[in-house]
Design a protein around this ligand. Sequence first.
Ligand code: ADP
Length: 433
Amino acid sequence: MSKATDKRIEKDSNESEFVLRLKAIVETAIDGIITIDENGIVGTMNPAAAQMFGYSEDEVIGQNIKMLMPPPYRGEHDGYMHRYKETGHAKIIGIGREVSGRKKNGNVFPLRLAVSESWIGDTRIFTGIIHDLTEVKAAEEEIFRLNQELEQKVAERTEKLAEVVNQLLKTNQQLQSEIQERKAAEQALLQAQDELKKSLEKERDLNELKSRFVSMASHEFRTPLSTILSSVALISRYQEKDQQPQRDKHIERIKSSVQNLTGILNDFLSLSKLEEGKVLCQPETFVMQDFCGEVLDEVKSLLKNGQQLSHHSPAEAMEVFLDKRHLKNILFNLLSNAIKYSEEDKIIECTLESSGDAVLIRVKDEGIGIPKEDQPYLFTRFFRAHNAINIQGTGLGLNIVKRYVEMMQGKISYQSSLGKGSIFLVQLPSRME
Ligand code: ADP
């Protein structure tokens, strides 16, 4: 064969055009082409093959093809050729596959080998077309390496991203719990502020209540105290035995003045306790008619000349479950007002009724009545109607009455016309809860 570099095939008159063409193809092929006989001895080797393996053609031709193979193929080749001859069972022949080649300098390189079998007369030859895969493999490896690098980077980035996400989640959680804590703190602060405000308001209310009481008491205490003083002075003058009626009259005056003072003090104490939230309901079972009788007996001592106290109630005992002390305060206040705001000789009526699960208490008088314009303020503490200025009073009673009624889940209402009289109606459940 000619040199590979010289790509020109000399025309030999002995060789046919076809052979020359074949030669030209083989000599100039980019892939290596090697032929061997059935014993594995190299018959021909084209320049591309020689260059691939780093041998000269002469060094290979006539040698066993094994020399171009690295172990383990090298050791197996003879046996393989032998087996193929015996059995016709091919592993490469007619198939082609990727194998390794060994260069003269010992370097092993990847190659694709396609082997075909042919006969020239009786002689069998095998042609191997060898394509150097070094660059392809290197490129593949590079791709693989780059791919791995990329995967590594992706993995690293993913890990970093996961760390950042985790950190974010953690920060978010921390923020959430901080927000939660702040909200709770704000809530607690608001609550504390609210409580403080309420207790300040309560304090202010109580202070106002006390100062109003002081000014009211200094006014209201004056009359009973001067009555007591003058009666005491007069009693000391009535020293004769037959002056007992005069003495008794003044003793009665003193008694009623003291009662008046006690009433004012009691009202104030009740109101203070109510304001401080210290008043509780302690219901008990009792019969309304009996209870009413007792209060009426007590209130009789307040009746003015000619005043009559009439009482109506159902014959059937009205058993109730209510706070007796509060109810006594209610009834006593309403009856004493009816007496106080009525002139002599008038009738005061106290009626009991029962209606389903409720009891009704009605106190009616024929007294001075309440001016229309004053009625909306009737239950406001310290409020006194214009027509009551000259009658002793504190303006606390009805406020206390209303609070007690409401504590027992009841209602209070009234009707009044100026100069004609008033009716106060208290409705209570017969059994408070
Ligand atoms: P007080 O009688 O000590 O002034 P109350 O709170 O009991 O206080 O009553 C408030 C005001 O309502 C009274 O000052 C009076 O003007 C009016 N009032 C209450 N009851 C009657 C009544 N039966 N008749 C007329 N006015 C009344």
